[in-house]
Design a protein around this ligand. Structure first.
Ligand SMILES: [Zn+2]
Length: 250
């Protein structure tokens, strides 16, 4: 086949019989390994070049095939560990990327990550993964968040996630006093005046109002069972016979 003829085979196929014959005749023939010189040459020409697939796209059909083939596969790296050196190199590569491009994940990737739909399974895996992080990593993560503020939208989401029955401190009806206070406090608007003495200031001049249970310390989620009041009025209500209570009674 001359060079001019290089495209001769394009789109053409051997017959199955021919393929079989070729296979038989080539069997046992060994390919010589590349010499060191040859390998160096290949390496030199490829250096600095982007990945050969860059800019090319897989057809939808190919993507589908790959996806089918990978279904049910556990991730290659699952339960495998990378060497310390490999990990350091990966970290460095990420840092370099951050320095050169200003980001680690491209804007497109970030958009995809933001829009992905989380299944329950994904969430569970993520929470297991987070729990397994080393103390050091968790410390680093929290340190990296110092000085950053979640967006208004994120905070709203966080609030929803942590309110009501999904709250971290939700313990059903055995919830502690504090949890009930927080729960009711969020739902019972704080008035301007103390609901016990109906003044803005108590006898000590304090204006701070706290939520008090007026249901014999039987903590419920019923806002009617709570009152906003001064610390002192709260004490007076809770311990009417105590010294504080007596002093206040005058
Ligand atoms: Zn009061």
């Amino acid at each position: 086949m001359s060079k001019n003829n290089a495209r001769y085979w394009l789109g053409k196929h051997f017959s199955d019989e021919h393929k079989k014959n070729l296979s038989i005749s080539l069997k046992g023939r060994k390919k010589l390994p590349f010499t060191e010189q040859h390998k160096n040459n290949i390496s030199r020409t490829l250096k600095g070049k982007p990945n050969g697939r860059l800019g090319t796209h897989l057809s939808e059909k190919t993507k589908e095939k790959i996806s089918e083939a990978l279904k049910g596969h556990k991730g290659y790296w699952l339960e495998k560990t990378r060497s310390k050196e490999a990990k350091i190199n990966m970290s460095l590569a990420r840092l370099r990327r951050k320095e050169e491009l200003g980001y680690i994940n491209s804007p497109e990737t970030r958009k995809k990550m933001k829009n992905r739909i989380w299944t329950e399974e994904m969430r569970e895996n993520m929470s297991i993964a987070k729990k397994n992080l080393s103390k050091e990593t968790r410390l680093k993560m929290s340190l990296s968040r110092i000085g950053t503020h979640p967006s208004e939208e994120t905070r709203k989401k966080m609030g929803l996630k942590h309110s009501g029955e999904k709250a971290w401190n939700w313990k059903g009806d055995k919830a502690g006093k504090v949890a009930f206070h927080i729960w009711v406090g969020k739902r019972k608007p704080k008035p301007k005046l103390c609901e016990f003495c109906e003044n803005e200031k108590d006898y000590l001049g304090h204006t701070k109002l706290v939520l008090s249970n007026i249901n014999n310390h039987i903590y419920t989620r019923n806002p009617e069972h709570y009152k906003w009041g001064h610390y002192s009025c709260h004490s007076k209500f809770d311990f009417p016979d105590s010294l504080i209570g007596k002093n206040l009674k005058k």
